[in-house]
Design a protein around this ligand. Structure first.
Ligand SMILES: *[C@@H]1O[C@H](CO)[C@@H](O)[C@H](O)[C@H]1NC(C)=O
Ligand SMILES: *[C@@H]1O[C@H](CO)[C@@H](O)[C@H](O)[C@H]1NC(C)=O
Length: 384
């Protein structure tokens, strides 16, 4: 009896020791691995697009994206990104030790580490809605629905096809190691509806429904690790400041009516995300709070090295905004500033690499992802 008891105890201590070794080695593994995800699939508009549009296919207000000085800071040549350098999604890729995401429409690109489906000018609501309501100014025909169709084609090329029952394993293989990054989408919907007879509330409701439907489609396919960016306060962009009445200002000094609308949009979006979390408990869905990350910079620009909050680095005309719609960044008369890292705004609507970096840092390293980005990484690491 006594011997078997001793034997039993030693068995337990052996098990404990082994468990410790396993735990310890998995801890070491966790500490050293920088490769939790093998792929990123990104969606969104010009804030996320890494080259699905060019000068002649993008939004008509920014027809010089294929020219320098776009790209001057980091790539040293234009890459069809609407900035002087990297975007938030580029910093995310770097943080995960993955290559920069190739645009979906680049047929020759190596897509083994992910694809970017984001399109500049894209709306959340389907294009035909805008056409029906005569809102066709400055409009690119792509919407989230287009991006979903592209993604479906991509999935089919991986053997993940909805209509085939046996495709479940192929779909699982795609989503198990993939981070789904849904960049900011919806600000174009509001922008295009300015001056139309369609009320903002209608745009808001339709845009939220489009984003929610899109997320639901991804989750049903098996998306497991999802980050959804909220809308930034675009009332702070040079263009908004330029066209809004000077007395329409909020406590950030930005176009208040626009920001209020977008802030409400984010509140509604967060509520929808909460419902999706309940419906898809096996997925981790993170909300990236673009609005408050941007606001943090506006509150304390010096901390991030910014001197100009509302004036473009790249534009024409000088003055408080240095913005002229007919001499946009990249056009022959435009000029860019000496040091883009001192500017939040790049071309009137899009942000500088410095601003995208500040925001990305807040998403990846601080509490502006809810729950935190590190929570997502640990979920991924635990599942192997
Ligand atoms: C759109 O424009 C057409 C032609 O000008 C007009 O007949 C139609 O009523 C307009 N539709 C809306 C929704 O404003
Ligand atoms: C996040 O923090 C890490 C470690 O301190 C740093 O190397 C990285 O640059 C930060 N990321 C961003 C985008 O600021």
């Amino acid at each position: 009896m006594a011997t078997s008891f001793t034997f039993f105890i030693s068995q337990i201590s052996l098990i404990i020791t082994l468990t410790c070794i396993v735990l310890f080695s998995s801890f070491v593994y966790t500490k050293t691995t920088t490769h939790p995800f093998k792929n990123i699939y990104a969606f969104g508009d010009s804030y996320t697009d890494t080259g699905n549009t060019r000068s002649n296919t993008g939004p008509s207000g920014f027809m010089f994206v294929s020219n320098l000085p776009y790209g001057r800071t980091f790539f040293h040549h234009p890459t069809n990104r609407y900035s002087d350098g990297r975007l938030v999604i580029d910093f995310v890729a770097q943080a995960l030790s993955l290559p920069f995401l190739p645009p979906y429409l680049d047929q020759k690109a190596d897509k083994s580490s992910g694809v970017n489906f984001a399109v500049a000018g894209s709306t959340a609501i389907i294009h035909s809605f805008f056409a029906r309501n005569n809102m066709t100014l400055n409009i690119t025909p792509q919407s989230l629905q287009t991006q979903l169709n592209w993604f479906n084609k991509f999935l089919e090329s991986k053997g993940c096809k909805e209509s085939i029952a046996t495709a479940a394993r192929e779909c699982e293989a795609v989503f198990n190691d993939a981070l789904i990054w849904v960049g900011e989408i919806g600000v174009n919907d509001y922008a295009y509806s300015i001056g139309s007879s369609v009320p903002h509330k209608t745009i808001q409701q339709f845009a939220i429904n489009s984003v929610t439907g899109f997320l639901e489609a991804l989750l049903k396919k098996g998306a497991t690790y999802v980050v959804v960016q909220g809308l930034p306060p675009t009332g702070c962009l040079t263009l908004s400041m330029y066209i809004s009445p000077p007395d329409d200002r909020d406590d950030m000094g930005c176009a208040g009516s626009v920001n209020k609308l977008l802030s409400t949009h984010n509140t509604l979006l967060k509520a929808k995300i909460n419902l999706l979390r309940k419906r898809f408990p096996e997925a981790t869905i993170i909300y990236a709070d673009y609005y408050n990350a941007y606001a943090k910079v506006m509150e304390n620009p010096k901390k991030y090295g910014f001197k100009e909050l509302h004036k473009t680095c790249c534009g024409y005309g000088g003055g408080p905004y240095n913005f002229d719609y007919f001499n946009a960044c990249g056009s022959p008369n435009s000029k860019s500033c000496a040091d883009p890292s001192e500017y939040v705004n790049w071309d009137g609507v899009h942000l500088t690499e410095a601003m995208y970096k500040a925001v990305a840092g807040m998403f990846l390293n601080e509490t502006y992802c809810q729950p935190r980005f590190t929570y997502l990484l640990s979920k991924k690491q635990k599942s192997g």
